[in-house]
Every structure is written in structure tokens, then in C-alpha cells.
Design a protein around this ligand. Sequence first.
Ligand code: IMP
Length: 425
Amino acid sequence: MPNRIIVGAQWGDEGKAKVVDYLTEDADYVIRFQGGANAGHTVEVGDQKFVFHLLPSGLMHPDKVCIIGNGVVLDPEQLLHEIEEVRVKGIDAQGRLWLSEAAQVVLPTHKILDQLKEKAAGKDAIGTTGRGIGPAYYDKVNRTGIRVGDLLEDGLREKLERTLAVHNEIITRLYNSAPVSVDTIYTEYRALGERLRPYIKDCVPLLSQALKQNKSLLFEGAQGTILDVDHGTYPFVTSSNTVAGAACTGSGVGPTAVQQVIGVVKAYTTRVGNGPFPTEISGGLGAELRRIGNEYGATTGRERRCGWFDAVVVRRAAMVNGLTHLAVTKLDVLDTFEELKLCVAYQLNGERVEHFPVSIARLEQVEPIYETMPGWKSDTTKILRYEDLPVNAKNYLQRLSELVDVPIGLLSLGPKRHETIRMGI
Ligand code: IMP
């Protein structure tokens, strides 16, 4: 089986967890490589529904090894909570969940700083999840972060003192808020480290060995391409690289190991948080999409902004990820619509623009150019074969794939595993 990277090709929430869960059948190892508890991965198995923020969703398959790679910012309390949540439902993580020693630890002060910064930013807020992601990555690149392996080492107290001293300066002086106690955090994180001890490992040799044994790897991306810190709508982005290349840096596996890169797209577009969104539909139709698609954030419960499929966005994603396939999700949400629009290009200062603008000042000024297609006005949720889809649904998918110039490898028509049509991957 090929080694695959699965990434979101829009603004996140594309339904990656469902696609990952489905394709995990083909894999031996499932690896998370970036982001943290800002992600919300919903998987439905039988009549049970699980929402993971940190755990790779591959854990639901009892024979798979799951890895949280070095590129992740890991909130130990949240992870232990999720491990416990699945344990009571009969799923044991021990012996098949490994956390990279080099992953960064999210501290309580990272969350405090994230929230204080957002509050102080007022109307310029990013609309973060408040999970401490930005400040944790800041400490990582500033070389003042605490790594998962540090939780078990003697130098932990000194490292925490150094890092928390700066956090407390910012909390008290810049934001006029109460400092945190280093003693309390040290005691807590020491204890959390002990509870995580059985899971902590140098994951690089483990993955290298797996490749030598011809095991199959599946890299599970979080967020989406247009939230990538380099390639997204900066500064309205998350703080990690969410694109396929990050699977290598965030796990310690070289790019030569990967054969497929699958971009997950919704058949329409959504976004949570602030920032430009050219094909957003305001008013009735947008609300209708939100209601039918149940578009509420899995992490924050916030309403997702909804809009038409934007081929300019996904063409960008095809380029920066090197997509080999698309996985199209939530086609069924469009079942009742009379007509559908596909954004094929933008209009900017009277000119047609084919490429997603790097500058958000320009992105804010674009007008989408749409093609309108007739809806299919029938229930697709029970359909098991592509051939059986209504002709208008097939035309819509064909046009979508053509506009992005990437073949569709998988189609999802509902949240359950069996509501999936595999198309050549
Ligand atoms: P942060 O990642 O919490 O710093 O938030 C930065 C931006 O990324 C905000 O617009 C969030 O709404 C967005 N974001 C972060 N994680 C996700 C996700 O898993 N799905 C969708 N949006 C996300």
C-alpha cells in the first residue's frame, strides 16, 4: 500500500478525520505531524461518535500504531483526557500510541497568552481557538519551548523557570493580569510527564524501521492549506505549516517515502475564525448550508462561515501540496439545492485572476467569478457506486475536478465509514 499524506485543501474542517478513518484500513501507522488541540476530528463508528483534538483518529482501529510527531504542540492534560475517554469505551492506547520526545508541550500560560492577545486585539483578533497554539509555536522557534522529553528530565524546573518568567512578564506588564505560579506548574507537569512516560519515544527510528519493513504510513494533517502559516491568508492563519511538506518535517520521515498526497475538500467551502473568504454566502442560503451541513466548530462550537466551492483556493492547495488526488466530502449536503455555484477565478481591479493572491489586502478586494450548475435535487446518501449518482452530481464533480486539475480519488456522502465511494485510490 502507498504511503499517504492527507491534508485539508481549504480552511480546515473538510472532513479529514472521516477520510483518514476510511483509509486507515490500508495503513499500519497513522501519524499526526502538526497543530495541536486546535484541531477537532470527528469520527463516527457504528452509533458511536468520537471527537479527538490530539489523538490520531487511527486509534479507533485496534491494530494500528499511532504517532504524535515532533511537529505537534501537545497539551498533556488534553491528551490524557482523550486517552481516558477512549479507554472507557474499550480502546487501549498503551503499546500502540507513541509521542515524539521532540514534540513541544503546551503550557497553561500558552493558553492564557493566546486568549489575552486575542482579547487585546479587539476587532483585529485572529479568532483563534484559544488553545495556546500560537504561543507554543512561538516558544518553539524562539528556542524557549519545553519538549515532551523534557518532562522526564532533571532540567525541567530550570527550563520552566526560564520560560515562565518571560510569560509572567508579558501577562503582568503587557496585559495587567495575574501571574502564574512556577511551583504549581512544575509539580503539575512533572506529574503529567510521569503519566505520559509509557508513551514517550524517539519516533524517528520507529518510523524508519517501519519503512524498512514495508509498512504503510498514513500522515494525518490538521487544519487546512489556507490556514498554513506560509501559504494561508496570513495573518489569519494558524501557527504551523499545514501543507504536505510538514508531514516530513513534523515526523522525521523523508519526502522520498511518500507516494500519494490527498487533498480533502468539501463540496462547498467553510471557514471558522476571521479573515477574508471570497465565496462566503451571507444570508439565507449560507444559513441553509450551515444547517444542513451542521457547520459548527468541533473545538469551539462556533458557527462556521459557509460559501460556494472555490476552485482558486483548491488550485493553490494542489500546487503547494503536490496533490495526487482529491477526496470530496459532504456532497450530500448539496442534495436539496436548486442550483450550485463554482468559483472558477477572481476579478481584481477589472482583471481576471486565476491564482490565489498572496496578499490579503488584494484577496479582500476580489470578486468571485462563478459558473452556475443545476442541482440534482435527490438524496445521494444511500448511493454506493459513482455510476449511480444523479447525472447533475456527476457533472458537478467532474467540473470541480477539472477546474482544480486533480482527479477525485474518494467521495464521501455521509459521516459513516460505509457512506464512502472509493474511486481509484
Ligand atoms: P489557532 O490555530 O487556534 O491559533 O487559530 C488560528 C486560526 O485557525 C483561527 O481562524 C481558527 O479558527 C483556525 N483553526 C485552527 N484550528 C482549526 C481547525 O481544526 N479547523 C478550522 N479552523 C481552525
